[in-house]
Design a protein around this ligand. Structure first.
Ligand code: HAM
Length: 429
């Protein structure tokens, strides 16, 4: 028989494997996210990873097919791996409309897949924490969302490292109208402005030109980006508007919570996803060296678009990739706890059953116990136990079984206690 050609042992491009240490880190992040959500009264849901392609197209247009993993199943159904969770959430809410009591405060942690051009902070698969409030017009939901995400940021030790940049698409529309740019041009303009973070001003002007905006209009648009506070916007408009009041109330709320220094007004935040209707925000590291840590906004028409009723909604998505990169760079990556509290080893095969009984007794007390699979020399066992980071090590030799005792080393305190074997396993040895 011919030897078959070897297969690629690396994961497909853009996908990640999680070895135990990385899985441990990921679980700490998930736990931090879940606890922050629960502290703020969000309840967890989950949605299917394979989604109907038609739903995703309804939300994002035909061109989404090029940006996602879309496929036909064996019966010819048009499906896709979800690129985000929001459309599935909207579908789930629309499907159980009558049974749900609003407002909903829901959170999910799930894997999303996007056929992205790979770059720092962007993979073709990532985990996303989603927080959404459905059925409340705000600004309270925005305040609740932002303080929940900021609370997780603080738990990860990044409170001084991250700022949330907040804007409002309706407010930008107010300003554009005030500059004489008619409402039917705003959607095109948002698309160009969304790319502004990645483009130079010259490239943005060129793109605006290509989209039919004159040099005079382009100058007026650039003028708006010099408005760096809500007061400046108010002065520029010479009046207030509902979007301005809404945004001001979010700043007031987050400041009353004590975290006003963690948010900044930034009209340049537009957000590419076209379902956002009002508030939009993105969180970045203070030095702006990484991509967005999280982003979200208000999407008051999405449920209606997919066949539900009109209902206000606001939410955010917080990915695992960028936050881990920032923690890594700042040296505040959490340490992964040891796999076991106690490691048990033995000198000869005949002590295995004693070890097994001791392990059972400890496990019944909810201790995490790792029992050796093979006999070991004492030196090798203690080396392995301390490398594993366990607190206690129990090594059983023939003398211990004969004497009915158990020597338990505290590897942290460097002490040893002699325990009575009977207390663990009764009369069995
Ligand atoms: P998004 O801005 O597309 O929003 O993604 C949210 C976050 O997910 C990003 O800030 C980033 O941390 C992470 N992320 C997105 N794409 C990638 C990628 N290719 N690789 C690594 N991380 C990534 C949404 O997805 C909206 N559905 C959020 C939302 C929830 N809006 C309302 N509710």
């Amino acid at each position: 028989m011919k030897a078959s050609a070897s297969v690629d042992i690396m994961p497909p491009r853009g996908m990640r494997d999680f070895y135990p240490h990385q899985t441990g880190l990921r679980e700490i992040l998930f736990d931090t996210w879940s606890k922050a959500a629960q502290r703020h009264g969000f309840v967890q849901y989950d949605a299917c990873i394979v989604e109907n392609l038609a739903l995703l197209k309804r939300k994002a247009g035909e061109e989404i097919v090029d940006q996602i993993y879309a496929f036909n199943d064996k019966s010819g159904r048009k499906l896709a791996l979800r690129p985000e969770i929001t459309p599935s959430l909207a579908r789930m809410v629309a499907a159980r409309w009558h049974a749900l009591s609003f407002p909903l405060k829901w959170f999910a942690i799930g894997q999303c897949f996007r056929y992205e051009r790979m770059s720092r902070g962007r993979k073709r698969e990532h985990y996303q924490w989603n927080l959404d409030v459905i059925g409340a017009p705000g600004p309270a939901p925005e305040v609740e969302l932002l303080t929940t995400a900021l609370s997780a940021i603080a738990d990860l030790g990044l409170d001084s490292a991250i700022r949330v940049h907040i804007s409002n698409r309706a407010l930008l529309a107010d300003l554009l109208s005030h500059q004489g740019i008619s409402a039917d041009r705003h959607a095109d303009l948002f698309l160009v402005l969304d790319k502004r973070g990645k483009l130079s001003d010259a490239a943005t002007s060129e793109m605006l030109g290509k989209n039919g905006f004159t040099a005079e209009t382009t100058a007026k648009i650039f003028e708006l980006f010099r408005l760096d506070s809500l007061d400046a916007v108010r002065r520029h408009l010479g009046k207030t508007t509902p979007a301005l009041e809404h945004t001001a109330a979010i700043f007031e709320g987050v400041s009353a919570y004590g975290w006003g220094d963690r948010i900044v007004f930034d009209l340049s935040v537009v957000r590419g996803l076209n379902y956002y209707t009002g508030t939009v925000f993105e969180a970045f590291d203070v030095d702006r060296r990484f991509r967005a840590v999280f982003g979200g906004g208000r999407y008051d028409h999405l449920l209606e678009q997919i066949g539900g009723r009109p209902i206000p909604a606001v939410g955010l998505g917080f990915g695992d990739v960028v936050v881990m990169e920032i923690m890594n760079e700042r040296g505040c990556t959490p340490s992964v706890p040891a796999a076991a509290d106690t490691v048990i080893g033995y000198m000869e095969p005949s002590q295995f059953l004693t070890g097994l009984r001791v392990a059972r007794a400890l496990r019944c007390r909810h201790e995490r116990v790792d029992l050796a699979m093979v006999p070991e020399k004492a030196r090798a066992f203690f080396g392995r136990a301390s490398h594993a980071g366990a607190r206690y090590a129990i090594y059983i030799g023939p003398d211990d079984v004969e004497k009915g005792c158990l020597r338990r080393k505290d590897l942290e305190q460097r002490t040893e206690a002699t325990l009575c074997l009977r207390d663990f396993i009764g009369d069995a040895s």
